[in-house]
Every structure is written in structure tokens, then in C-alpha cells.
Design a protein around this ligand. Structure first.
Ligand SMILES: [Zn+2]
Length: 429
């Protein structure tokens, strides 16, 4: 089944085959085709042309064997696979059987020393690691790092229930759960992890090891063993799938006379806000990683979209991106601590709980904010992880008369009845 999905994607999907660069991570695991022995290699020391694959898994701090500066020499000679976690052993076995010689696993390819020096360097390249991999293996069902990829499955049939309708010439109907994809994949334990979120978005192809069946996800298709030819026939029941979201966010903006049309802006905003909403629901061990664990996504979007990204928001759509709100008050903790900086206070990333955005029309941009600019851009790591950036806004203030007015402001294009005053605001944190 996995080989069929891979072959079909490789042959028929143009979007999935589109590669911009021949690039390899700093280190890779090499799996010997004959002996299946594994060793660590430094990519630059080899003339690599074969594809590599990656693994998404539940991170465990205390895994028995990982790459450290003290073990790197031994790893380059040979890695004793029986000493690895079962998930890593299974990933090696699967890579070998699918015909791949190179595998990237973070815990075995990035030094895990306490000073995090290597980690801080390599984590900047996560977008390239996953977007350039041929395939990503995902331990989707795993709620701990101890769980294997290959399990004895439940013995239930993987065939959808067929039925016939009276008074109809069409006979091939199925009775099925419209939330099946969510149940199997979106809501699976691994996909609740924030670090895995960008891995899933960036990977061109994902082979999910789900709780009941294998699943396939690429830039053009979603499929389950139950529906091996794809979920297209009932895709309208799915919300924003990976392929839909990726297609919206990765295509160049359609412009008229050098300006992006309102419809195009709306599509981008909807897609991006949906992405942020889903990301904000994921769990993160260290809150200070909120932006860095998301970083690969804006870097990927910027390959086709010319815009400035700062701390979770885009310059071209800033009024929309600032409209985030927390809807789960119990889980929402706004981070303003200067000890453990998470994000500027104006960014959705400063909230620890799930956030969402109102559906707004393009008029909001004209009504609320007339001018905006980022100031004090002191960068820590290139332009992406900004510590002390503030925003300067100019626009109108409306007298607060309760939520009804807010609803009217967002829904109506007539605002003359609402008192307006100019404001000039600057928020530094
Ligand atoms: Zn594909």
C-alpha cells in the first residue's frame, strides 16, 4: 500500500515533485542496502544524490541512545540499532524496505548536549529538513516516545459499509463517519504536538502510522487504507486539509496592477488564520519555543510570497493578524514575563492557549487602522525571531458600547453612527 501511494505521487503529482534545491541536512543516517547496518554520516563529506526521508515522533528527553558530542565518533562507525527505541528501529526497518538509504531522525542527527549549541543551529533549518525530504514517516498514533511504529493492528475490517438506496439507479453508497480523517489523523496523539505541526505542514509526503490503519498525506491527496484512492469524493466534509491549506499559502499572490486583490488577500488570511488556530491548540513543552517551533511555516510561505513576517504576523495583513482572541479562557495565559520571553504582546504567540480570529471583511483594514509600521527591529536570529519589536499604528477609535457594536463594526460597512476618534498607539511588548 505504501509503495503504491509513493509511486502514484511520484508519477502523477506535480506539486509534490516540485523541488527547489538539492539540499541535505548536516548529518544523516546511512542504511547499508546489503547488511542494513546504520552509521552517521556528515552530508558534505559525501556526494549525495539519493533522496532521504525523515521521522516525526513524540520527543522523549530520556531516550536511551541519542547523539552527543561524546558519542559522535562511535555513531560514525556504527550505530547499534538494537539499543535504539523501538520507534527508531522501526523507522530504519521501514526506510530499508521502502528502498531508502538515508534517514534523518532529530535525536540521532542533532547533538543533544545540554548547552543546546548544535540544536540552536540546526533548528533554524527545520523547514529545509522536512520540505526537502522525499517522505516523512509519522508515528501518528504514538502518545509516548516508547511506542513503536509497527504494531499488531485491530482485526476489524477496513472496508467501508456499502448500502443501496431505494428508487435510485446508483448503488454504490457508503455509510461513513464524516469526521473519520480527524479521528484517524488530525486528532491523533502525535499531531497534538506543536513541534510536529510544522513538520507535517512542510513535508511533501507523509506516511501516517495511525491507530487503525496507514494513511497518506501529500500536497495533492489524502488517503486511508479504507479509501486508498483518496478522500476526494467526500472532501467537502473535511475542513482545511493539509493539501488545501498548503495550496492556498504556497502559491504566489494573484495581483492586479501590482496590488493583491481583496479576494486573494481573504483566501490567504483565512488559510493562515486557520493554520494559526490549529497550531495554537497544540501542546508545547517549553512556552518560549512557541515561535521557533512555527518558524518553518513562514519561511516556507516566503518562498512564494513577498512580505515581512515578524513574530507570527505578516506586514501586508497586519490588521487582520492583530485581531486574534483567546476563546478558552482557562487555558489562555498571556505571557508578558520578561524572564521567559515568548512573543511580543501584540502577537497571537504571546497567548499560551488556543486562539482564533474573527471573520472580517477587507473594510476593517480601512476602518480601524490606516497606517502601521514595525519599529525597533532588533533581530536575534535573522529576521524571524524578534525580541523587542514594537508596532506603531494610526487609525480611529470607536466608543465602546458593548459587543453589539463590535459585531456591527465587523459585519457592516456603515459606521457613521459610531463615534470615531483618531488614535496613535505604540505597543512595545
Ligand atoms: Zn503527492
Amino acid at each position: 500500500m505504501a509503495r503504491t501511494w509513493i509511486d502514484r505521487c511520484r508519477k502523477d503529482h506535480k506539486l509534490c515533485s516540485r523541488t527547489s534545491e538539492l539540499w541535505y541536512p548536516t548529518r544523516l543516517l546511512h542504511i547499508d542496502r546489503r547488511t542494513q547496518k546504520v552509521r552517521l554520516i556528515v552530508s558534505k563529506s559525501h556526494s549525495l544524490t539519493d533522496p532521504y526521508i525523515t521521522l516525526s515522533h513524540r520527543w522523549e528527553k530520556n531516550i536511551p541512545v541519542k547523539l552527543q558530542s561524546s558519542t559522535i565518533a562511535q555513531f560514525q562507525t556504527e550505530i547499534v540499532t538494537s539499543s535504539l527505541t523501538q520507534a527508531f528501529q522501526d523507522a530504519i526497518t521501514i526506510a530499508h524496505h521502502l528502498g531508502f538509504n538515508y534517514l534523518w531522525i532529530d535525536a540521532l542527527c542533532i547533538e543533544q548536549d545540554g548547552d543546546e549549541v548544535d540544536w540552536n543551529i540546526e533548528s533554524q533549518n527545520m523547514d529545509r529538513v522536512y520540505s526537502n525530504a522525499f517522505l516523512n514517516l509519522s508515528a501518528t498514533m504514538a502518545s509516548t516516545g516508547e511506542e513503536p511504529l509497527l504494531l499488531d493492528r485491530l482485526s476489524g475490517p477496513l472496508q467501508p459499509s456499502g448500502t443501496k438506496l431505494f428508487n435510485s439507479t446508483r448503488e454504490n453508497y457508503y455509510i461513513m463517519d464524516s469526521q473519520m480523517w480527524s479521528d484517524e489523523i488530525d486528532d491523533a496523539p502525535l499531531n497534538q504536538r506543536a513541534w510536529v505541526f510544522q513538520e507535517r505542514f512542510l513535508a511533501r509526503r507523509i506516511l501516517h502510522f495511525g491507530p487503525r490503519q496507514l494513511a497518506w498525506e501529500c500536497h495533492e491527496c489524502e488517503a486511508l487504507e479504507m479509501f486508498p484512492d483518496g478522500l476526494y469524493q467526500f472532501s467537502t466534509l473535511l475542513s482545511m486539509t493539509k493539501s488545501r491549506t498548503y495550496n492556498i499559502l504556497s502559491r504566489p499572490p494573484q495581483e492586479t496592477h501590482g496590488t493583491e486583490t481583496g479576494i486573494e488577500t481573504g483566501k490567504f488570511v483565512d488559510g493562515y488564520h486557520n493554520l494559526v488556530h490549529n497550531y495554537s491548540r497544540c501542546h508545547l513543552t517549553r512556552s518560549k519555543d512557541k515561535l521557533i517551533a512555527f518558524l518553518g511555516i513562514p519561511k516556507s510561505i516566503q518562498k512564494t510570497r513577498v512580505d515581512t513576517y515578524i513574530a507570527g504576523v505578516w506586514n501586508r495583513t497586519l490588521p487582520f493578524d492583530l485581531a486574534w482572541y483567546c476563546y478558552d479562557i482557562e487555558r489562555c495565559n498571556l505571557s508578558v514575563s520578561k524572564v521567559s520571553f515568548q512573543a511580543p504582546s501584540w502577537s497571537w504567540a504571546s497567548a499560551s492557549g488556543p486562539v482564533n480570529f474573527p471573520e472580517v471583511s477587507n473594510d476593517v483594514k480601512k476602518i480601524f487602522i490606516t497606517n502601521w509600521m514595525f519599529v525597533q527591529q532588533s533581530t536575534q536570529t535573522k529576521d524571524y525571531f524578534i525580541d523587542k519589536t514594537s508596532i506603531r499604528l494610526q487609525g480611529f477609535l470607536y466608543r465602546w458600547n458593548g459587543w453589539t457594536d463590535i459585531y456591527l463594526i465587523f459585519r457592516s460597512s456603515s459606521f457613521t453612527s459610531i463615534e470615531r476618534r483618531c488614535f496613535h498607539a505604540e505597543d512595545q511588548r
